[in-house]
Design a protein around this ligand. Structure first.
Ligand code: NAG
Ligand code: NAG
Ligand code: NAG
Length: 390
């Protein structure tokens, strides 16, 4: 082939690359707001800060409006983005896929854009984080829009009265649905408008074909994301527990007041989500009426519950580096040769073996209590064995 042919090939290659980039970025819109995690100490009361966040993260119109009009709530969302990113890495630190790619927000890799169960997990966690943070901000009196929850409708069963200040899940859940889901709705309405735009006669046939396919894939992804967002909100709602306080003469507890409170840390909620993650349900679009999510594999029981994470495509094993799937691989990861399970070297290193190094740790030791009132410790050096995947 002559030089012209080569050039032609390159151009086609570039075009294909561009198409891939566009296809990938389309799905990444929905949790782009997680990019707020690195925004630091910006004062969200200035409209220029909101404009730049809108441009860099492609916030939806509703999200941008919220930024401008309700800086207090927006600051809570920013904190929720930060918590999502750190808690996700914390609860999955012993897995091959350890959530490190959320740090790339808003420029996600295919592990979080191709409808994997990891994507399902992160969407649910992010949605839970907003619900949790806002509910607690309401009851802490940090937000002008909301305050304590109204007491539960069911009468107290036992020796107590409803009182105190409950975490406001009702308001928080509605808010989270509005804020988090709005990027999905934003995406789909954009797509819808594009689809309705008239086409020139020459390109009509082929474009319609790919678009029908494209729209169905996007709609499926949107439904799955919305479902997983809801899983996150429901998870928070089901995490409330009664907390009580005693009153009465000299701690007699003759009067007890109770209220509904969330765990103070998102970790506890995230740990419950981690338990569901291996049981995520693969779905496909089906049904005579269209756009119905059905389990991809035949299952004996009910289709899936509102608390199941749903995913569209199987994940890679995340053993090797592969840019096409967004896998960073486990080469060089820490493992533990003396345990079984996720962090075992056997699992983490995918059979490639591992290297053991001795590392020095500094620890407080020989602590002694001195009357009154302090503790004095020495610093000890200890050698520990640490394993790293080949
Ligand atoms: C935004 O808030 C900061 C600190 O609270 C304040 O110094 C600044 O003047 C405010 N800016 C606007 C535009 O309200
Ligand atoms: C997660 O995995 C990446 C890639 O293997 C690694 O660089 C990072 O240190 C890991 N993070 C944690 C918290 O273990
Ligand atoms: C490996 O696991 C054992 C048993 O749980 C633990 O005692 C040890 O500290 C772990 N090693 C490292 C390097 O974390």
């Amino acid at each position: 082939m002559g030089p012209r042919g080569c050039q032609h090939k390159e151009v086609v290659g570039l075009l294909l690359a561009a198409v891939v980039v566009v296809l990938v970025s389309e799905h990444t819109l929905a949790i782009r707001w997680l990019g707020l995690h690195s925004s630091g100490n910006i004062h969200w009361n200035s409209s220029s800060a909101c404009r730049s966040a809108r441009n860099s993260l492609q916030l939806s119109r509703r999200q941008t409006r919220l930024c401008r009009t309700s800086p207090e709530v927006f600051a809570v969302v920013v904190r929720a983005a930060f918590t999502t990113v750190s808690v996700c890495q914390d609860v999955l630190q012993d897995r091959r896929w350890n959530c490190s790619s959320v740090l790339l927000a808003p420029n996600f890799t295919p592990d979080l854009t191709s409808g994997t169960r990891e994507q399902a997990f992160v969407y649910a966690l992010a949605s839970a984080a907003v619900t949790h943070a806002v509910a607690r901000a309401c009851s802490s009196g940090l937000l002008p829009q909301c305050s304590c929850a109204s007491p539960p409708r069911e009468p107290p069963n036992g020796n107590f009265k409803w009182g105190g200040c409950g975490d406001n899940l009702r308001w928080a859940s509605q808010f989270a649905a509005m804020f988090v889901d709005s990027s999905e709705r934003h995406t789909s309405s954009l797509r819808y408008r594009e689809r309705m735009r008239p086409k020139s006669a020459t390109t009509r046939t082929s474009e319609t074909d790919t678009e029908v396919h494209g729209v169905s894939e996007r709609t499926t992804m949107t439904s799955i994301n919305l479902h997983n967002n809801q899983v996150g909100r429901r998870l928070v709602e089901s995490s409330v527990q009664s907390q009580c306080k005693c009153h009465g003469v000299s701690g007699s507890c003759s009067i007890r007041t109770c209220w509904r409170a969330l765990p103070s840390r998102l970790q506890e909620i995230a740990t419950r989500l981690v338990r569901r993650y291996p049981h995520s349900v693969a779905v496909r679009v089906g049904g005579a009426v269209g756009w119905k999510l059905l389990p991809a594999r035949p299952s004996p029981g009910p289709l899936y519950s509102p608390d199941d994470l749903l995913y569209l495509n199987d994940s890679p094993d995340y053993c090797h580096r592969d840019y096409r799937t967004g896998s960073v691989g486990t080469h060089g990861r820490r493992c533990n040769s003396s345990v079984e399970g996720y962090s075992s070297c056997n699992n983490m290193c995918c059979g490639r073996g591992y290297e053991t190094r001795w590392e020095e740790r500094l620890e407080r030791c020989h602590c002694k209590y001195y009357w009154c009132c302090y503790v004095k410790c020495k610093t000890c050096r200890t050698q520990v064995q640490v394993d790293y995947c080949n």
